[in-house]
Design a protein around this ligand. Structure first.
Ligand SMILES: *Cc1c(COP(=O)(O)O)cnc(C)c1O
Length: 364
Protein backbone atom coordinates (compact mmCIF):
# COMPACT_ATOMS: atom_id res chain seq x y z
CA UNK A 1 0.00 0.00 0.00
CA UNK A 2 2.96 2.34 0.49
CA UNK A 3 4.01 2.13 -3.16
CA UNK A 4 2.81 4.97 -5.37
CA UNK A 5 1.16 2.98 -8.14
CA UNK A 6 0.25 4.70 -11.41
CA UNK A 7 -3.27 3.57 -12.24
CA UNK A 8 -2.55 3.42 -16.00
CA UNK A 9 1.00 2.10 -15.61
CA UNK A 10 1.95 -1.38 -16.83
CA UNK A 11 2.88 -2.51 -13.30
CA UNK A 12 -0.66 -1.77 -12.12
CA UNK A 13 -2.19 -3.36 -15.22
CA UNK A 14 -0.24 -6.52 -14.32
CA UNK A 15 -1.45 -6.28 -10.74
CA UNK A 16 -5.08 -6.03 -11.90
CA UNK A 17 -4.61 -9.09 -14.12
CA UNK A 18 -3.21 -11.02 -11.16
CA UNK A 19 -6.17 -9.88 -9.08
CA UNK A 20 -8.82 -11.17 -11.48
CA UNK A 21 -6.93 -14.42 -12.11
CA UNK A 22 -6.63 -15.12 -8.38
CA UNK A 23 -10.29 -14.29 -7.73
CA UNK A 24 -11.33 -16.75 -10.44
CA UNK A 25 -9.15 -19.44 -8.89
CA UNK A 26 -10.67 -18.95 -5.42
CA UNK A 27 -14.19 -19.10 -6.93
CA UNK A 28 -13.38 -22.13 -9.14
CA UNK A 29 -14.55 -20.11 -12.10
CA UNK A 30 -11.59 -20.39 -14.50
CA UNK A 31 -13.61 -22.16 -17.21
CA UNK A 32 -16.81 -20.20 -17.81
CA UNK A 33 -16.64 -17.18 -15.51
CA UNK A 34 -15.00 -13.77 -15.46
CA UNK A 35 -14.01 -11.70 -12.43
CA UNK A 36 -15.09 -8.05 -12.43
CA UNK A 37 -13.74 -5.84 -9.63
CA UNK A 38 -15.53 -2.63 -8.68
CA UNK A 39 -14.54 0.31 -6.48
CA UNK A 40 -16.54 0.53 -3.26
CA UNK A 41 -17.93 -1.50 -0.38
CA UNK A 42 -19.68 -4.85 -0.58
CA UNK A 43 -23.14 -3.41 -1.07
CA UNK A 44 -21.90 -1.65 -4.21
CA UNK A 45 -21.15 -4.95 -5.95
CA UNK A 46 -24.44 -6.54 -4.88
CA UNK A 47 -26.27 -3.55 -6.31
CA UNK A 48 -24.12 -3.58 -9.47
CA UNK A 49 -24.69 -7.30 -10.07
CA UNK A 50 -28.47 -7.03 -9.68
CA UNK A 51 -28.58 -3.87 -11.81
CA UNK A 52 -26.48 -5.46 -14.55
CA UNK A 53 -27.91 -8.97 -14.66
CA UNK A 54 -31.63 -8.60 -13.89
CA UNK A 55 -33.44 -7.08 -16.88
CA UNK A 56 -36.57 -4.91 -16.66
CA UNK A 57 -38.73 -7.85 -17.84
CA UNK A 58 -37.08 -10.32 -15.47
CA UNK A 59 -38.29 -11.30 -12.04
CA UNK A 60 -36.03 -11.77 -9.02
CA UNK A 61 -36.81 -14.05 -6.08
CA UNK A 62 -34.80 -13.21 -2.95
CA UNK A 63 -34.40 -15.87 -0.26
CA UNK A 64 -34.11 -13.93 2.97
CA UNK A 65 -33.37 -14.77 6.58
CA UNK A 66 -31.56 -11.66 7.71
CA UNK A 67 -30.55 -8.04 7.07
CA UNK A 68 -28.45 -8.77 3.99
CA UNK A 69 -31.26 -10.67 2.28
CA UNK A 70 -33.54 -7.72 3.03
CA UNK A 71 -30.93 -5.38 1.56
CA UNK A 72 -31.05 -7.23 -1.78
CA UNK A 73 -34.83 -6.82 -1.82
CA UNK A 74 -34.42 -3.08 -1.15
CA UNK A 75 -31.83 -2.79 -3.94
CA UNK A 76 -34.05 -4.53 -6.50
CA UNK A 77 -36.99 -2.29 -5.51
CA UNK A 78 -34.90 0.87 -5.88
CA UNK A 79 -33.84 -0.29 -9.32
CA UNK A 80 -37.47 -0.79 -10.23
CA UNK A 81 -36.95 -4.51 -10.86
CA UNK A 82 -39.70 -7.02 -10.21
CA UNK A 83 -38.82 -8.71 -6.93
CA UNK A 84 -40.45 -11.22 -4.63
CA UNK A 85 -39.26 -12.64 -1.35
CA UNK A 86 -39.32 -15.97 0.43
CA UNK A 87 -38.58 -15.35 4.10
CA UNK A 88 -37.48 -17.40 7.08
CA UNK A 89 -36.88 -16.37 10.70
CA UNK A 90 -33.36 -15.12 11.49
CA UNK A 91 -32.37 -18.42 13.10
CA UNK A 92 -33.68 -20.67 10.30
CA UNK A 93 -31.84 -21.65 7.11
CA UNK A 94 -33.36 -21.26 3.65
CA UNK A 95 -35.43 -24.34 2.89
CA UNK A 96 -34.61 -25.72 -0.59
CA UNK A 97 -37.96 -27.56 -0.75
CA UNK A 98 -39.93 -24.31 -0.41
CA UNK A 99 -37.69 -22.82 -3.09
CA UNK A 100 -38.38 -25.80 -5.37
CA UNK A 101 -42.12 -25.28 -4.92
CA UNK A 102 -41.86 -21.55 -5.57
CA UNK A 103 -39.91 -22.04 -8.79
CA UNK A 104 -42.30 -24.78 -9.88
CA UNK A 105 -45.41 -22.67 -9.35
CA UNK A 106 -44.05 -19.33 -10.64
CA UNK A 107 -42.50 -19.65 -14.10
CA UNK A 108 -41.96 -15.91 -14.38
CA UNK A 109 -39.09 -15.99 -11.87
CA UNK A 110 -35.86 -15.69 -13.87
CA UNK A 111 -33.31 -15.04 -11.10
CA UNK A 112 -32.87 -16.20 -7.51
CA UNK A 113 -30.67 -14.37 -4.98
CA UNK A 114 -29.40 -15.68 -1.66
CA UNK A 115 -26.90 -14.76 1.03
CA UNK A 116 -24.41 -17.59 1.57
CA UNK A 117 -23.46 -16.75 5.14
CA UNK A 118 -25.99 -14.36 6.75
CA UNK A 119 -23.66 -12.14 8.74
CA UNK A 120 -26.64 -10.78 10.67
CA UNK A 121 -26.52 -13.92 12.79
CA UNK A 122 -23.69 -16.11 11.45
CA UNK A 123 -26.15 -18.53 9.87
CA UNK A 124 -24.90 -20.63 6.97
CA UNK A 125 -27.46 -21.22 4.21
CA UNK A 126 -27.29 -24.57 2.33
CA UNK A 127 -25.80 -23.14 -0.85
CA UNK A 128 -25.13 -26.51 -2.52
CA UNK A 129 -28.75 -27.65 -2.23
CA UNK A 130 -30.12 -24.23 -3.18
CA UNK A 131 -27.90 -24.15 -6.28
CA UNK A 132 -29.06 -27.65 -7.30
CA UNK A 133 -32.71 -26.61 -7.14
CA UNK A 134 -32.11 -23.39 -9.10
CA UNK A 135 -30.04 -25.21 -11.74
CA UNK A 136 -32.68 -27.94 -12.11
CA UNK A 137 -35.25 -25.25 -12.87
CA UNK A 138 -32.88 -23.52 -15.29
CA UNK A 139 -32.93 -20.16 -13.47
CA UNK A 140 -29.99 -17.90 -12.65
CA UNK A 141 -28.54 -17.79 -9.13
CA UNK A 142 -26.89 -14.69 -7.64
CA UNK A 143 -24.97 -15.32 -4.41
CA UNK A 144 -23.98 -12.70 -1.87
CA UNK A 145 -20.86 -14.51 -0.65
CA UNK A 146 -19.50 -11.42 1.11
CA UNK A 147 -18.65 -13.05 4.43
CA UNK A 148 -17.83 -16.54 3.11
CA UNK A 149 -15.68 -15.97 0.00
CA UNK A 150 -12.16 -17.24 0.54
CA UNK A 151 -13.00 -19.58 3.41
CA UNK A 152 -16.21 -21.56 3.03
CA UNK A 153 -16.54 -24.05 0.13
CA UNK A 154 -17.90 -22.51 -3.07
CA UNK A 155 -17.52 -23.67 -6.66
CA UNK A 156 -18.94 -21.30 -9.27
CA UNK A 157 -18.70 -23.84 -12.07
CA UNK A 158 -19.83 -27.04 -10.32
CA UNK A 159 -22.70 -25.17 -8.60
CA UNK A 160 -23.61 -23.39 -11.88
CA UNK A 161 -23.62 -19.97 -10.20
CA UNK A 162 -24.47 -17.01 -12.42
CA UNK A 163 -22.87 -14.45 -10.11
CA UNK A 164 -20.90 -14.54 -6.87
CA UNK A 165 -20.45 -11.19 -5.14
CA UNK A 166 -17.88 -10.47 -2.41
CA UNK A 167 -15.44 -7.87 -1.12
CA UNK A 168 -11.83 -7.80 0.00
CA UNK A 169 -12.24 -7.01 3.67
CA UNK A 170 -13.92 -10.12 5.09
CA UNK A 171 -12.44 -13.63 4.72
CA UNK A 172 -9.86 -12.36 2.23
CA UNK A 173 -8.46 -10.35 5.16
CA UNK A 174 -7.64 -7.24 3.13
CA UNK A 175 -8.61 -3.59 3.67
CA UNK A 176 -12.01 -2.15 2.63
CA UNK A 177 -12.52 -0.34 -0.67
CA UNK A 178 -12.81 -2.94 -3.42
CA UNK A 179 -15.55 -5.45 -4.17
CA UNK A 180 -15.93 -7.88 -7.06
CA UNK A 181 -18.27 -10.26 -8.83
CA UNK A 182 -17.42 -13.57 -10.46
CA UNK A 183 -19.95 -13.81 -13.27
CA UNK A 184 -20.82 -16.50 -15.83
CA UNK A 185 -19.45 -15.12 -19.09
CA UNK A 186 -22.58 -15.95 -21.11
CA UNK A 187 -24.80 -14.09 -18.64
CA UNK A 188 -22.54 -11.02 -18.72
CA UNK A 189 -22.38 -11.01 -22.52
CA UNK A 190 -26.17 -11.00 -22.59
CA UNK A 191 -26.32 -8.05 -20.16
CA UNK A 192 -25.05 -5.32 -22.48
CA UNK A 193 -26.92 -2.00 -22.16
CA UNK A 194 -29.02 -3.41 -19.35
CA UNK A 195 -27.72 -1.53 -16.30
CA UNK A 196 -29.59 1.73 -15.57
CA UNK A 197 -26.46 3.12 -13.85
CA UNK A 198 -23.26 4.08 -15.66
CA UNK A 199 -20.85 3.52 -12.76
CA UNK A 200 -22.42 0.23 -11.69
CA UNK A 201 -22.56 -1.33 -15.16
CA UNK A 202 -20.49 -4.48 -14.75
CA UNK A 203 -20.70 -5.23 -18.47
CA UNK A 204 -18.99 -1.94 -19.30
CA UNK A 205 -16.59 -2.38 -16.39
CA UNK A 206 -15.60 -5.81 -17.73
CA UNK A 207 -15.26 -4.62 -21.35
CA UNK A 208 -12.80 -1.95 -20.19
CA UNK A 209 -10.63 -4.59 -18.47
CA UNK A 210 -10.84 -6.75 -21.59
CA UNK A 211 -9.92 -3.90 -23.92
CA UNK A 212 -6.98 -2.34 -22.07
CA UNK A 213 -6.39 -4.22 -18.83
CA UNK A 214 -7.22 -0.95 -17.11
CA UNK A 215 -9.93 0.19 -14.76
CA UNK A 216 -12.68 2.26 -16.36
CA UNK A 217 -12.54 4.95 -13.64
CA UNK A 218 -9.83 5.76 -11.09
CA UNK A 219 -9.14 2.62 -9.04
CA UNK A 220 -8.18 2.74 -5.35
CA UNK A 221 -4.65 1.61 -6.25
CA UNK A 222 -3.43 1.01 -2.70
CA UNK A 223 -6.53 -1.04 -1.90
CA UNK A 224 -6.08 -3.14 -5.04
CA UNK A 225 -2.42 -3.72 -4.18
CA UNK A 226 -3.42 -4.80 -0.67
CA UNK A 227 -6.01 -7.22 -2.02
CA UNK A 228 -3.50 -8.88 -4.34
CA UNK A 229 -1.15 -9.25 -1.35
CA UNK A 230 -3.99 -10.71 0.68
CA UNK A 231 -4.80 -13.23 -2.08
CA UNK A 232 -1.15 -14.30 -2.17
CA UNK A 233 -1.30 -14.79 1.59
CA UNK A 234 -4.44 -16.89 1.21
CA UNK A 235 -2.61 -19.17 -1.19
CA UNK A 236 0.45 -19.31 1.10
CA UNK A 237 -1.79 -20.29 4.02
CA UNK A 238 -3.02 -23.29 2.01
CA UNK A 239 -6.13 -21.82 0.40
CA UNK A 240 -9.73 -21.50 1.59
CA UNK A 241 -9.93 -24.98 3.15
CA UNK A 242 -7.00 -24.37 5.49
CA UNK A 243 -8.20 -20.85 6.29
CA UNK A 244 -11.65 -22.19 7.11
CA UNK A 245 -10.10 -24.69 9.53
CA UNK A 246 -8.39 -21.80 11.34
CA UNK A 247 -11.72 -19.95 11.58
CA UNK A 248 -13.35 -23.13 12.95
CA UNK A 249 -10.64 -23.37 15.62
CA UNK A 250 -11.23 -19.72 16.51
CA UNK A 251 -14.98 -20.25 16.63
CA UNK A 252 -14.72 -23.41 18.75
CA UNK A 253 -12.53 -21.75 21.40
CA UNK A 254 -14.88 -18.77 21.48
CA UNK A 255 -18.08 -20.82 21.57
CA UNK A 256 -16.87 -23.25 24.26
CA UNK A 257 -15.42 -20.44 26.35
CA UNK A 258 -18.47 -18.19 26.16
CA UNK A 259 -20.79 -21.07 27.12
CA UNK A 260 -18.52 -21.80 30.07
CA UNK A 261 -18.88 -18.17 31.13
CA UNK A 262 -22.67 -18.57 31.01
CA UNK A 263 -23.48 -16.96 27.65
CA UNK A 264 -26.07 -18.51 25.34
CA UNK A 265 -25.49 -18.81 21.60
CA UNK A 266 -28.33 -17.51 19.40
CA UNK A 267 -28.05 -20.20 16.68
CA UNK A 268 -28.31 -23.97 16.72
CA UNK A 269 -24.93 -25.62 16.00
CA UNK A 270 -26.35 -27.22 12.82
CA UNK A 271 -26.72 -23.85 11.05
CA UNK A 272 -23.79 -22.01 12.64
CA UNK A 273 -20.95 -20.86 10.37
CA UNK A 274 -17.45 -20.29 11.77
CA UNK A 275 -17.49 -16.69 10.52
CA UNK A 276 -19.24 -14.79 13.28
CA UNK A 277 -21.01 -15.87 16.48
CA UNK A 278 -24.12 -14.28 17.97
CA UNK A 279 -24.71 -14.43 21.72
CA UNK A 280 -27.75 -13.40 23.68
CA UNK A 281 -27.19 -10.50 26.04
CA UNK A 282 -27.32 -11.61 29.68
CA UNK A 283 -30.63 -10.67 31.27
CA UNK A 284 -29.14 -9.80 34.69
CA UNK A 285 -29.91 -6.22 35.69
CA UNK A 286 -26.27 -5.28 36.13
CA UNK A 287 -25.43 -6.15 32.51
CA UNK A 288 -25.01 -3.09 30.32
CA UNK A 289 -23.95 -3.68 26.73
CA UNK A 290 -22.31 -0.35 26.03
CA UNK A 291 -20.15 -0.66 29.17
CA UNK A 292 -19.37 -4.29 28.25
CA UNK A 293 -18.36 -3.11 24.78
CA UNK A 294 -16.27 -0.16 25.98
CA UNK A 295 -14.44 -2.16 28.63
CA UNK A 296 -13.54 -4.86 26.13
CA UNK A 297 -12.39 -2.21 23.66
CA UNK A 298 -10.14 -0.69 26.33
CA UNK A 299 -8.56 -4.12 26.66
CA UNK A 300 -7.94 -4.27 22.91
CA UNK A 301 -10.98 -6.30 21.80
CA UNK A 302 -13.52 -4.60 19.56
CA UNK A 303 -16.67 -6.72 19.26
CA UNK A 304 -19.84 -6.13 17.25
CA UNK A 305 -23.31 -5.04 18.32
CA UNK A 306 -26.23 -7.31 17.43
CA UNK A 307 -28.13 -6.77 14.19
CA UNK A 308 -31.14 -8.99 14.86
CA UNK A 309 -34.66 -7.66 14.90
CA UNK A 310 -35.98 -10.23 17.36
CA UNK A 311 -33.55 -10.58 20.26
CA UNK A 312 -31.03 -8.55 22.29
CA UNK A 313 -27.70 -9.96 21.15
CA UNK A 314 -24.12 -9.09 20.33
CA UNK A 315 -21.70 -10.61 17.86
CA UNK A 316 -18.05 -11.62 17.88
CA UNK A 317 -16.24 -12.14 14.58
CA UNK A 318 -13.94 -15.12 14.09
CA UNK A 319 -12.41 -14.07 10.75
CA UNK A 320 -9.37 -11.98 9.99
CA UNK A 321 -5.69 -12.44 10.69
CA UNK A 322 -6.43 -13.73 14.18
CA UNK A 323 -5.94 -17.10 15.83
CA UNK A 324 -6.39 -19.20 18.95
CA UNK A 325 -4.27 -17.03 21.26
CA UNK A 326 -6.39 -13.97 20.50
CA UNK A 327 -9.54 -15.80 21.52
CA UNK A 328 -7.98 -17.13 24.71
CA UNK A 329 -7.09 -13.53 25.56
CA UNK A 330 -10.55 -12.31 24.62
CA UNK A 331 -12.24 -14.87 26.89
CA UNK A 332 -10.03 -13.84 29.79
CA UNK A 333 -11.06 -10.23 29.20
CA UNK A 334 -14.76 -11.11 28.91
CA UNK A 335 -14.54 -12.88 32.27
CA UNK A 336 -12.84 -9.87 33.87
CA UNK A 337 -15.30 -7.37 32.42
CA UNK A 338 -18.30 -9.44 33.51
CA UNK A 339 -16.94 -9.56 37.07
CA UNK A 340 -16.44 -5.78 36.99
CA UNK A 341 -19.99 -5.19 35.75
CA UNK A 342 -21.40 -7.55 38.36
CA UNK A 343 -19.49 -5.85 41.17
CA UNK A 344 -20.15 -2.36 39.83
CA UNK A 345 -16.44 -1.70 39.34
CA UNK A 346 -14.82 0.19 36.49
CA UNK A 347 -12.00 -1.13 34.34
CA UNK A 348 -8.82 0.60 35.49
CA UNK A 349 -8.06 3.21 32.85
CA UNK A 350 -11.47 2.91 31.21
CA UNK A 351 -12.55 6.29 29.93
CA UNK A 352 -16.29 6.92 30.02
CA UNK A 353 -16.01 7.20 26.24
CA UNK A 354 -12.96 5.48 24.77
CA UNK A 355 -11.82 7.40 21.73
CA UNK A 356 -9.01 5.22 20.46
CA UNK A 357 -9.02 1.44 20.39
CA UNK A 358 -5.52 0.02 20.20
CA UNK A 359 -4.76 -3.63 19.66
CA UNK A 360 -2.65 -4.95 22.57
CA UNK A 361 0.42 -5.25 20.34
CA UNK A 362 0.08 -1.61 19.25
CA UNK A 363 -0.63 -0.35 22.73
CA UNK A 364 2.52 -2.04 24.06
C1 LIG B 1 -20.46 -7.19 4.80
C2 LIG B 1 -21.58 -7.74 4.02
C3 LIG B 1 -22.15 -7.04 2.93
C4 LIG B 1 -21.67 -5.70 2.45
O1 LIG B 1 -21.54 -4.73 3.40
P1 LIG B 1 -20.76 -3.37 3.10
O2 LIG B 1 -20.90 -2.65 4.39
O3 LIG B 1 -21.39 -2.69 1.96
O4 LIG B 1 -19.33 -3.75 2.78
C5 LIG B 1 -23.14 -7.65 2.20
N1 LIG B 1 -23.58 -8.87 2.52
C6 LIG B 1 -23.07 -9.57 3.55
C7 LIG B 1 -23.58 -10.95 3.81
C8 LIG B 1 -22.05 -9.03 4.34
O5 LIG B 1 -21.54 -9.74 5.36
Amino acid sequence: MLRDWGSRDQAFIDLTAELTARLLTVAHGEGNHVAVPLQGSGTFIVEAAIATLVRPDDSLLVLSNGAYGERMIAIARRLGRRVEALRWPEDRPVNPISLDQALFSDRSITHVAVVHCETTSGLLNPLGEIAQVVARHGRALLVDAMSSFGALPLDAEAMVLTSVMASGNKCLESVPGVAFAVIAKQALLAARHNCPSLSFDLYDQWRAFEASGQWRFTPPVQVVAALVSALRRLEAEGGPTVRCERYYRNFKILDDGMRELGFRAFLQPTVQSPIIATFRQPTERWFNFSRFYRSLATKGFVIYPGKLTTAATFRIGCIGAIEAAHFVGLLRSVETVMAELRDGRRTPGEEPRARYHLAPSMAA
